[in-house]
Write a protein that binds this ligand. Structure first.
Ligand SMILES: Cc1cc2nc3c(=O)[nH]c(=O)nc-3n(C[C@H](O)[C@H](O)[C@H](O)COP(=O)(O)O)c2cc1C
Length: 359
């Protein structure tokens, strides 16, 4: 009997959705932190200013991204969608992003492209009407049947202000179902940038983007570059826990320290692609990390796994998780503001040009 393409489609979407569920569980329960490499932000310090000559309350964190105003130059990194649980996480993150004025990225929307029944898990616009929402797809899918149409569909579905294509070569290597043909992608990315009505960005997923790659991407028309450097969540570690292949599990361990640290990415990208709009992410845990990344010249700072609600919080009655999330958003912005006070920077522009960062 001939295969029914619709069934293949549904089967594929089930695989994709199952993977998303496993990613959340593994990220919450297993040791997925990169080992032997840190963000590099920990090595940087600010030279304290005893006389800041400004009032804490007058410090402005206001910023702009994708044509929208932000309460702070902060971003919820692309994480999830595609399962009921993931949809709930997206909605809570979106509400918090809206309230605190952060930008928010969605996880890969492939599951919804493959099965429109999963689309609601990515529909966060009504929860975050005023902040930038970023649609997400894997860049490598451009080599596996995806094109402009799917990119447009993702943007429309999310009513997004922009699309980010993620580069995750090393994750695909360790996935049993991995798509590992990354040949000729730059040209295809360029076509997507040219064809879409919204800005198109590129992000890594935790191994970083170097300056030369950033320069090539910027020349191809990429509107923003999210370094997603090493020192935080390691996707070879995550896939190690999903793999049933003993060889790949062992091999994944050899990559626990792979990648370019987040701080090195920002410095290199700023040097080689000075006009690029740069997002610093990968292993950021607090507002002082964000302040250091911005002082290195990044325009926004992104937070991923640390924003995921712990299993215990989710198991508890409604409300507590939401409160914990809001507290975390508030704390990160407070730490950023306090760090700016500590060096006498009254605005994000002043922070980005401070001479008080000690390398
Ligand atoms: C549970 C989870 C799922 C993720 N899924 C995606 C995804 O679908 N698309 C993507 O571009 N990045 C994805 N990421 C990667 C993050 O956007 C981020 O680049 C990476 O986790 C490094 O940042 P962190 O160290 O702050 O977690 C995911 C991260 C987590 C924790």
């Amino acid at each position: 009997m001939a295969a029914n393409p619709k069934n293949i489609h549904t089967e594929q979407s089930e695989v994709t959705a199952k993977r998303k569920g496993e990613h959340i569980r593994i990220c919450l329960e297993e040791q997925v932190q990169a080992e032997g490499i840190r963000t590099g932000l920990d090595k940087l310090r600010f030279r304290h200013c005893a006389l800041p000559e400004l009032a804490l309350d007058n410090i402005s964190l206001e910023s702009e991204f994708l044509g929208k105003k932000l309460g702070a130059p902060l971003l919820v990194s692309s994480m999830t969608g595609g399962t009921e649980e993931a949809g709930e996480i997206n909605r809570r993150l979106a509400e918090a992003a809206q309230e605190h004025g952060w930008a928010i990225g969605l996880g890969s929307m492939r599951a919804a492209i493959e099965n429109e029944a999963l689309a609601p898990t990515f529909k966060i616009r009504s929860y975050a009407p005023d902040v930038p929402v970023i649609a997400n797809l894997g860049a490598v899918q451009l080599n596996y049947g995806y094109g402009i149409e799917e990119c447009r569909a993702a943007v429309e579905l999310a009513e997004a202000d922009g699309l980010v294509l993620h580069l995750n070569s090393m994750q695909e290597v360790f996935q049993a179902e991995g798509d590992t043909d990354f040949g000729g992608l730059l040209r295809k990315i360029e076509q997507v940038c040219r064809s879409l009505d919204v800005p198109v960005g590129i992000k890594e997923v935790g191994w970083g983007i170097d300056g030369d790659t950033a320069q090539a991407l910027a020349s191809a028309g990429v509107a923003f570059i999210d370094a997603a450097g090493a020192g935080g969540t390691s996707w070879s570690q995550v896939e190690k826990y999903r793999s049933s292949d003993p060889m790949k599990r062992l091999a994944a361990e050899a990559f626990a320290d792979w990648g370019i640290s987040t701080a090195d990415c920002i410095e290199d990208i700023r040097a080689k692609a000075p006009d690029a709009f740069v997002i610093a992410s990968g292993g950021l845990t607090h507002g002082v990390d964000a302040a250091k990344a911005l002082a290195l010249g990044a325009h926004l700072a992104g937070f991923g796994r640390v924003l995921l609600p712990g299993a215990a919080a989710r198991a508890e009655a409604d409300g507590s998780w939401e409160e914990a999330l809001h507290d975390q958003f508030r704390r990160i912005a407070f730490e950023l503001r306090a760090a700016m006070f500590g060096i006498g920077a009254g605005s994000i522009a002043e922070l980005r040009h401070t001479s008080r960062l000690i390398r």
